[in-house]
Design a protein around this ligand. Sequence first.
Ligand code: NAD
Length: 340
Amino acid sequence: MTQIPATLIRGDGIGPEIVDAVLAVLEPLGNPFAFTEESAGLGALEAHGDPLPEATLASIRQTKLALKGPLTTPVGSGFRSVNVRLREAFSLYANVRPCRTIVPGRFSDVDLVVVRENLEGLYVGQEHWIRIEDDPYAVGVATGFNTRASCRRIVEYAFDYAVKHGRRTVTVVHKANILKVLTGVFLQEARAVAKAYDGRVALDERIVDACAMQLVQDPSRYDVIVTTNLFGDILSDLVAGLVGGLGFAPGANIGKDAAIFEAVHGSAPDIAGQGKANPVALMLAAGLMLDHVGRDDDAQRLRAAIAATISGGTRTADIGGTASTSDFGKAVAQAIRAGS
Ligand code: NAD
């Protein structure tokens, strides 16, 4: 089978360890990706003076596909978040976080997807202070905006995703009762887009606070959620918590010009270099990347092997086991070979 060109960024902290574990599980799948390695994050800053070197951007421009380990955002250095720069550079407008139970916990059957608008809302970074009398920092102000075109694009993405993945309902999550303009435009576009999918995918509407409560009480009420940037940021971490936490949460950043796959968690400097990190989230991100390029069978084999390995008792420390990152990778690779 032909290999698909892709960019690989090992990242900082636990990044190199979990990337090694992912490469170990891609091997028995026939190494579906021909990776070009590039750097980003703290390591790139130290080596090249820029946490997002031009060579890395050029590689992603060419491959249009990347798997990225977590990056440490240098604190107080004046550099903008590399993740935000990547989103902007490649118009990565959709952040997609599927959330499925692997290790049954409080819930045994969570299966939902959060589609977050990734570029607008309150994250456009237009903030300032207002002085009152002697206090220059008396009032903090943030301006957010949602363009109608971007709202339409993300809602269409969510409905198309639902059709492609056999899902029945898209819930638009908003706060249009209070933020009548900022999130009202999102709700209006959701209603308009939904008409084109009538009979195939139903539209549901929920105010964000009610959604948060219902997700915690009964996540089975949700199928696909589509929402604005800030609400999506919060809800997608909430749903990660429903299935065992950040160690199990993969994310896909999908854009017009590229798609970048990553674990939701950060570089975990507190456990870096100790062989303790759980590589499941990045493995699941590689699974989403396989889905993205149409290798759905390989993605399913990978997910089944991860589930079999964990239920067979091989677990990393964060979920009560003793397996090292690399031992866990080897066990999943072995499960893939055994299942094929
Ligand atoms: P973090 O996600 O790195 O760590 C939070 C806690 O979860 C830590 O105790 C850590 O040990 C644990 N943890 C995280 N991933 C784990 C894994 N795979 N296995 C086992 N335990 C794991 O969050 P943080 O400490 O707030 O951030 C550290 C750095 O990562 C910061 O520089 C932050 O900016 C960056 N970050 C990057 C990304 C990204 O690149 N997508 C996302 C979030 C944070």
